[in-house]
Design a protein around this ligand. Structure first.
Ligand SMILES: [Zn+2]
Length: 379
């Protein structure tokens, strides 16, 4: 089956330091002398409440603070993570991570990749060898930057010089992508989504700090450029969702949130197929596949909720197909609007975990929903 062009992997960080949920907040409430938090931190905290909207303003303030006080200031106040969110401060961010020995699951590696610092990309890859997600970055150090950038209002595309023709082909879809994302997520979009097209194969991770996604396209033919355009829509959904969730929830968002990835990847594929006008044919395929898995009775569907990360790197079962099929089931049951709004929370989420939030939102446990979905498949 070939409905879904690649497995997309997600990479998550604590969203913002110096924010209500960032890991820097408690320490930075008071400075070392015990005096009240200074104006800079207060300003950033305030602007962070709508990070995307205030993005360029925050960048200016941060660059100026960095010039005045140097990187030590950001280390002392434990709010250096924000430096990883802007091109202008990315190099300093990498230096601080090195100095503090920060291991952030590929975030440093992709930051170096963005900077075309290939030697350090390779070094980071070697350092993360024992990590279960290392394979995702296997060929990233082979990147050869073209030195060119394709840019539209919301999206910029940087690419390996060996895929220039493909990059140009993807760029012919840029107006269609922008129209679609504005219609879906106006007011919630990152000010700039960065895309890097790589000359390798494998999953496509993203760096939510940089709003950047890495799409391996070595084995794609030019005629599949529309599929990559769909991939960009898919990734932008992740970036919008993760940003909103980071603002509205009180739980940490991390690699261990299996139940999140199960639903998030399902919806990302669903919205991608709506952009591509392939919703119906994809659905038929993934429902058929899921039905076979139900009938074979050899897979515990509850593991989608509890072991997504593990299944992603080791299972023979196509978990993205299952997630897609489950997303379609949710949309049938609750309607398009209600399903969509799960991922675009407008109010603060009072629950203590993603799973609790989902279960109170739908009024059923995810286990019950999975059971109902399985029954529907074999009806
Ligand atoms: Zn994805």
């Amino acid at each position: 089956m070939n409905y879904i062009k690649y497995t997309v992997f997600i990479l998550l960080f604590v969203i913002l330091s110096c924010s209500p949920h960032g890991n820097g907040t408690k320490k930075s409430q008071l400075t070392k002398n015990g005096v009240e938090k200074e104006d800079y931190l207060k300003t950033i905290e305030e602007l962070n409440k709508d990070f995307f909207k205030n993005y360029w303003e925050i960048e200016k303030i941060i660059v100026s603070k960095l010039e005045k006080e140097g990187s030590e200031y950001f280390i002392e106040n434990n709010c250096y993570e924000i430096l990883g969110k802007f091109e202008s401060t990315l190099e300093v961010y990498c230096q601080i991570c090195e100095k503090l020995n920060i291991d952030n699951k590929g975030g440093l590696l992709t930051s170096y990749l963005h900077l075309n610092d290939i030697e350090n990309v390779k070094k980071q890859y070697e350092l993360m060898q024992t990590d279960e997600i290392a394979f995702v970055y296997k060929e990233f150090y082979k990147y050869e930057d073209s030195g060119k950038l394709l840019e539209s209002k919301y999206i910029s595309i940087k690419f390996d010089k060996r895929v220039e023709e493909f990059a140009n082909a993807v760029f012919t879809h840029i107006n269609a992508i922008e129209e679609f994302i504005i219609q879906e997520w106006e007011g919630l979009l990152p000010p700039k989504t960065r895309v890097m097209l790589l000359y390798c194969d494998g999953p496509g991770p993203y760096n939510s700090n940089l709003n950047e996604t890495y799409l391996p396209i070595k084995s794609r033919s030019i005629s599949s450029s529309k599929k990559e355009a769909g991939g960009i829509v898919h990734e932008i959904f992740h970036l919008v969702n993760i940003q909103l969730l980071g603002q509205k929830c009180k739980f940490d968002i991390d690699w261990g949130m299996n139940s999140f990835k199960f639903l998030d990847e399902g919806y990302a594929q669903l919205i991608e197929s709506k952009f591509m006008n392939t919703f119906n044919e994809n659905r038929e395929g993934v429902d058929e596949y899921s039905k076979k898995i139900v009938i074979a009775n050899s897979f515990d569907f509850k593991e989608l909720k509890t072991k997504w990360g593990e299944l992603f790197s080791s299972s023979d079962v196509k978990i993205y197909y299952l997630a897609y099929s489950f997303a379609c089931f949710l949309e049938d049951k609750y309607g398009e609007e209600k399903h969509k709004a799960l991922f675009l929370p407008v109010a603060n989420i009072p629950e203590n975990s993603w799973l609790e939030y989902v279960e109170s939102y739908f009024g059923l446990t995810v286990d019950d929903l999975i059971e109902e979905w399985k029954q529907k498949l074999i009806q």
